[in-house]
Design a protein around this ligand. Structure first.
Ligand SMILES: Nc1ncnc2c1ncn2[C@@H]1O[C@H](COP(=O)(O)OP(=O)(O)OP(=O)(O)O)[C@@H](O)[C@H]1O
Ligand SMILES: [Mg+2]
Length: 332
């Protein structure tokens, strides 16, 4: 088998925080807590889950923008888990991030040309100012922006255009992996589709692998080959988009999908089991299955005591639920 673009094993990122304002000692936020997955070249893995489940922390950790507490990260077969920042620098070119709010990540005093050209200069990709200008123009064209607007500033562009600038900036260094953290969440619905289609075109043309983070399951389903559902820092289900949306096995996945009924138009009218209660604190996750206090099918004895491991079902998907057997969980 060929080496995956990204391979993550048992990855945890914990944040020590002070106990209360005047408290003594520290507690630990288990933002990412034992995650394992592989991303093949040129594929998209969607990451979904409620706010605070650790999606951004996971995305930033695999890029080594955050330091992992334990586990392993391999990028194109190279172990980067503890690689010093100086050694990471040449690899940074190959792994980029696109943020939700490109306005926040673009310097308001830099023209678009300067913003896109900056990364090229850091990695010495252009042979001179004229080559850089040409490359910036080509990139702008590639992402659907008019090159004759390159001397303008970010505030002169619309939200969707700014996101295109953010994408062009990421593309400038010819990455193989892009972590897209809620790249369309701040945009109007009509614009979202354009940006999503642009990202998918870029993937087809350039073979880029994406870790695509979003709240909106419909968007994630559309762009992703496979989807990982996260809950309290862990993956609770990982399956192809079709399997996940068409026949979700984990009660949490089903609850997330029930919140978007139009995501399953052909499914029989199911009792809408919307999620109740808040996500428990990642400082003190519940014992046993972390989802059991909110789970509609939890069995008190087993689910409150035994942590369900992520295991493979016959169709190849992975699920972390004691009760999600082939037949059982899909008849709800
Ligand atoms: N630097 C930090 N220090 C302490 N706790 C943190 C830090 N960064 C994130 N957290 C906590 O880690 C958990 C996961 O946060 P994260 O931002 O990764 O979630 P998320 O899934 O991206 O949420 P959202 O959908 O709101 O963006 C949350 O409880 C958050 O409060
Ligand atoms: Mg986030």
């Amino acid at each position: 088998m060929s080496t995956p673009l990204l391979s993550v094993r048992d990855l945890s990122t914990h944040f020590p925080v002070r106990k209360g304002l005047f408290g003594r000692g520290t507690q630990v936020v288990r933002a990412v807590d034992g995650i394992t997955f592989e991303l093949p070249h040129g594929e998209t893995l969607g990451l979904v889950g409620e706010s605070g489940c650790g999606k951004s922390t996971l995305g930033r950790t695999v890029l080594r923008l955050l330091s992992p507490t334990s586990g392993h990260i391999e990028f194109e077969g190279t172990d980067i888990t503890h690689m010093p920042q100086a050694d990471l620098r040449p690899l940074r070119r190959r792994m980029q991030i696109v943020f939700q709010d490109p306005f926040g990540s673009l310097n308001p005093r830099m023209t678009v040309r300067a913003a896109i050209g900056e990364a090229m200069r850091i990695h010495r990709l252009a042979s001179g100012p004229e080559d850089e200008r040409k490359r910036v123009a080509a990139l702008m064209e590639r992402v659907g922006l008019r090159p004759d607007t390159m001397e303008r500033y970010p505030h002169e562009f619309s939200g969707g255009q700014r996101q295109r600038i953010g994408i062009a900036r990421a593309l400038a260094v010819e990455p193989k992996l892009i972590v897209a953290d809620e790249p369309v969440s701040a945009l109007d619905v009509s614009i979202q589709a354009q940006i999503v289609n642009l990202l998918m075109d870029l993937q087809d043309d350039l073979g880029i692998g994406f870790l695509f983070i979003a709240h909106d399951l419909k968007v994630v389903e559309h762009v992703s080959h496979r989807v990982a559902v996260m809950y309290l820092g862990r993956i609770v289900e990982l399956a192809s988009s079709e399997a996940l949306v068409g026949d979700p096995k984990h009660p949490y996945t089903r609850a997330l999908l029930a919140a978007v009924p139009e995501a399953r138009p052909r499914a029989k009218r199911e009792k809408r089991r919307l999620l109740t209660g808040d996500v428990p604190s990642p400082i003190a996750p519940p014992p046993g299955c972390p989802f059991h206090p909110r789970c509609p099918i939890a069995e008190p004895d087993r689910c409150a005591r035994e942590v369900p491991r992520l295991r493979a079902l016959a169709d190849g998907r992975q699920v972390a639920c004691h009760l999600a057997d082939e037949g059982h969980a899909s008849d709800a």
